[in-house]
Design a protein around this ligand. Structure first.
Ligand code: NAP
Length: 246
């Protein structure tokens, strides 16, 4: 009888249709991970999933809004169908009004949308993901920003959302310490992405690196145990990454 082969590691990545999410998905796929990917625009997401699965491996694309509870249930069910979960990467993010404008020039409903996407949804996904993450020794990876710690005009509600997510990540890390799973914040640094281009259309991004600049960090993180990194906040473009502040 043939022994079953090792089950590949599994990542659920939100906002995987472009930018950093797409780059990380492609990188983990190249390392043999199985993937559950999501973003709202089905055509963009399917294009990424088809490109990756054309090279082999398992890629499940589930289009939808991470702010929608029924969609989050579908994402967790997709991860369950793969038998394990190693990373929940909360990467999907809203900047607010794009192009960016001053805090109080935002329609009030945009405040709710940004906080729902950038803070509430990551936590609401972490909740049902944690049993599987505990089993695998896995990680909740929450994407942060320098805007969480420094003050930039016009980044107001986005900055507040990332600061809130950082603090929630620290609290979660303490609450799940020694459970097997861990939680980290990652500030990826400036990257030339669709989101950045749309937020600041007149800004010359030619000197800003693409999201590939963060790959050495992700490679490093794949080799760490949850216990080693739990509660830390990393800057992906500023290695060496250990030890980091808890
Ligand atoms: N780019 C930078 O310089 C920079 C700097 C610091 C931090 N970051 C952080 O790094 C992460 C990635 O940034 P990026 O620039 O690569 O982002 P991006 O180009 O704006 O892409 C965002 C991704 O999230 C998806 N998305 C947005 N809202 C969603 C929702 N409600 N539900 C599901 N998917 C959603 C988008 O697809 P749909 O629109 O089709 O849903 C897209 O796939 C973000 O958390 C961002 O805050 C970026």
């Amino acid at each position: 009888m043939t022994e079953p082969g090792p089950v590949s590691r599994v990542a659920l990545i939100t906002g995987a249709s472009t930018g950093l999410g797409e780059t990380l998905a492609s990188h983990l796929h190249g390392l043999g991970w199985s993937l559950v990917l999501t973003a709202r625009t089905a055509a963009d997401l399917t294009a990424v999933a088809d490109r990756l699965s054309g090279r082999g491996g398992t890629v499940i694309a589930v289009a939808g809004d991470v702010g929608d509870a029924a969609h989050r249930e579908r994402l967790i069910a997709a991860a369950d169908s793969l038998g394990r979960l190693d990373w929940l990467v909360n990467n999907a993010s809203r900047i607010g009004v794009s192009p960016i404008r001053p805090l109080l020039d935002h329609p009030a409903e945009v405040f709710d949308e940004v906080l729902r996407t950038n803070v509430a949804a990551p936590l609401a996904l972490a909740q049902p993901a944690l049993p599987a993450l505990r089993k695998s020794g896995g990680l909740v990876v929450n994407l942060s920003s320098v805007a969480a710690v420094e003050v930039f005009p016009c980044a107001g509600i986005y900055a507040a959302s990332k600061a809130a997510l950082d603090q929630a990540t620290r609290v979660l890390a303490v609450e799940i310490a020694d459970s097997g799973a861990g939680a980290v914040s990652v500030d990826p640094g400036d990257m030339r992405t669709r989101g950045y281009e749309q937020a600041e259309p007149g800004f010359d991004l030619s000197g800003v690196p693409g999201p590939e600049v963060t790959l050495p960090f992700w490679e490093w993180l794949t080799e760490r145990s949850a216990d080693e990194v739990n509660g830390r906040r990393y800057q992906a473009q500023s290695g060496p990454w250990e030890p980091g502040p808890r």
